[in-house]
Design a binder for this molecule. Structure first.
Ligand code: NAI
Ligand code: MG
Length: 489
């Protein structure tokens, strides 16, 4: 189908160096690494490759800023005002940032514009509002004392983020840290460092003091590991793979760092026969294929009640046929490439596992085109609970459909995973919906909707999907220490 909409222009790449103590500097080693555009595989920039020396410098800058108190002891309302300024500057450059995200990550420009960047702005504004509302309590203890608590910033925080929502993950981590008065050393993902660096430039322009936000691009086992081990860092906030989180938890044990983790999932999406099937089919498609399937909360195990199973599969196959894959800078594109060769290979490996384990591939299953890391939207039926495609996080456009007939069994099957990030249920029976919501072991449950996010609503995992919560008041609490003060009267 011909399109009348014009392609969005490619953005300029301005920041590629480390941002430390308010200065843009090359890495100490002088090394750089390439970042690519996943739709064409072309190299788009050489980015400073930070390592231990750069992390040391960045932690020194963050430490000096924190201990000096220019940020942590700034009037809370002024801290909030600077965060609002940052949000305003991002809003003013929203189109440019969206294009930069699409260039570095490959996600469709319509998504970067409608979802990623607006959510970044919203998250920063939400937490800007918290800055002057972080309060303690007075406690009626026994005896002639006045006892109260203070919520103080946890200190210097190391923040390690992934590549699936690069700018948004930066905002989720900066928002609560800045509101609480912490200072930051962020290591963006090596696949997608560019929007985080641009946001750091805007933070500087907004007047957030030097050393409050430091960004060191680089690889996980070098720069990331140095941040985790650094004795000057009080807390690590990490989003990424479970296996990486386990390494971090061990490495952080010696210094007793505070840890929050937001990890993967194999989220159950349950459709009962009494659901609004139009909404459920559209919701199931969105739940898995959004962002090329690269979502921690992707609805990757779709349980469908047997009486509506075949009808639902027909609808899902149809939507896959109509899904527009292609140039992510085309505003009509709905699905871009996977982020890199490694993710592309992993996804196709799981397609092979699905076939080898006896599931039926009824849609997709192949590479799309011959350039870029595109994978067809893929759908497996006849999936059983123990298959690898029903147990492992694939992180790509591969949906596994499992049939059920026994309503009492569905909670047990939904919970049959080490993960517990999200779940959803589609039904017109309000009792059934709430029963499922209370029994499923997941940090977020959506009823008759999916992927509804709000900066005010906590998000995080049960079981091996994470530790602690991000967003909302809970996300803020993770950046504060509680201090008890007792005064003899
Ligand atoms: P990863 O966990 O290796 O990378 C995430 C971040 O951690 C990156 O910034 C990386 O440089 C850093 N990192 C890696 N090793 C580290 C270490 N030893 N110490 C400190 N930092 C380290 O995830 P990766 O390799 O990019 O993706 C692998 C799989 O992880 C995906 O296929 C997907 O299943 C899952 N994943 C889940 C995400 C989520 O949102 N929950 C996001 C990205 C990946
Ligand atoms: Mg990795």
């Amino acid at each position: 189908m011909a399109t009348m909409t014009e392609k969005v222009a490619r953005p300029q790449i301005r920041q590629t160096q480390c941002f430390i103590g308010g200065k843009w500097i090359p890495s100490a080693s002088g090394k750089t690494f390439e970042t690519i555009h996943p739709a064409t595989e072309e190299v788009i920039a050489q980015v400073a490759e930070g390592d231990k020396e750069d992390i040391d410098l960045a932690v020194d800058a963050a430490r000096a800023q924190f201990d000096g108190g220019q940020w942590s002891q700034l009037d809370a309302r002024d801290r909030g005002a600077l965060m609002h300024k940052l949000a305003d500057l991002i809003e003013a450059e929203a189109d440019e940032l969206a294009a930069l995200e699409t260039l570095d990550n490959g996600k469709p420009i319509s998504d970067s514009r409608a979802a990623d960047i607006p959510l970044v702005i919203d998250c920063l504004r939400y937490y800007a509002g918290w800055a002057d509302k972080i309060q303690g309590e007075t406690i009626p203890i026994r005896g002639d004392y006045f006892c109260y608590t203070r919520r103080e910033p946890v200190g210097v925080v190391g923040q390690i983020i992934p590549w699936n929502f690069p700018a948004l993950m930066a905002a989720w981590k900066w928002g609560p840290a800045l509101a609480a008065g912490c200072t930051i050393v962020m290591k963006p993902a090596e696949q997608t460092p560019l929007t985080c660096l641009r946001m750091a430039r805007l933070a500087q322009k907004a007047g957030i003091p030097d050393g409050v936000i430091n960004v060191v691009p680089g690889y996980g086992p070098t720069a990331g590991a140095a941040l985790v081990k650094h004795p000057g860092v009080d807390k690590i906030a990490f989003t990424g793979e479970l296996a990486t989180a386990k390494i971090i938890q061990r490495e952080a044990a010696d210094s007793m760092k505070r840890l929050t983790f937001e990890l993967g999932g194999k989220s159950p999406n349950v459709i009962f026969a009494d659901a609004d099937l139009d909404a459920a089919a559209a919701g199931a498609h969105f739940a898995l294929y959004f962002n090329q399937g690269q979502c921690c909360c992707a609805g990757s195990r779709l349980f469908v009640e047997d009486s509506v199973h075949d009808e639902l599969i027909d609808r899902l196959v149809d939507s896959n046929k109509n899904r527009r894959l292609g140039d992510p800078f085309d505003p009509d594109t709905e699905q871009g490439p996977q982020v890199d060769q490694a993710q592309f290979d992993k996804v196709l490996k799981y397609v092979d596992y699905g076939k080898a384990d006896g599931a039926r591939c009824v849609s997709g299953g192949n590479r799309h085109g011959d350039q870029g890391y595109f994978v067809e939207p893929t759908l497996f039926t006849n999936v059983t609970d123990e298959m690898r495609i029903a147990q492992d996080e694939i992180f790509g456009p591969v949906l596994s459909v499992l049939k059920f007939s026994d309503v009492d069994e569905i909670v047990r099957r939904a919970n049959n995973t080490n993960f517990g990030l999200a779940a959803a249920v589609w039904t017109r029976d309000i009792g059934k919906a709430h029963r499922f919501a209370s029994q499923v072991r997941a940090g977020t449950v959506w009823v008759n909707c999916y992927d509804v996010f709000d900066a005010a609503a906590p998000f995080g995992g049960f079981k091996q999907s994470g530790l602690g919560r991000e967003l909302g008041e809970a996300g803020l609490a993770a950046y504060t220490e509680c201090k008890t003060v007792t005064v003899a009267m």
